[in-house]
Design a binder for this molecule. Sequence first.
Ligand SMILES: [Zn+2]
Length: 134
Amino acid sequence: MSIDGRGPSLNRSADNTIAALKSKNGRLEERITVLEGVAKANADDRDSYMEQTAELEGERDRARGIAVEFEQRVSRVQQLHQPFPEPVQGYLPDGSYGYIDPACQMCGTPDEYGAPWPCATYKAATGTDLEGAA
Ligand SMILES: [Zn+2]
């Protein structure tokens, strides 16, 4: 018996408190285990996304390189298929022979079989061959 006469009651109260704390501790440990699992899954997802992002960035960079190369090629085609500064001889659309103005520098044979400019190649390179197409 304690001095104030509450010995057994105090011990029971302390035992209940300890049991409650142990129970709460157990629930917290379970929660920590769940959260550790979530954190691990999130880290795995993050790593996967990082790998996918790096892969897609590589594909994007390769596609950009290809686009730049093709732009340069198309630009070169456009530079080659420019009109002569002077009319050249060739067959006109009506089948007669005469001067074509403007005529392409690359297509046809100048002063023999000149080809009207813009030629089909220039139109294809500039996309003007598709104008009006649905
Ligand atoms: Zn041409």
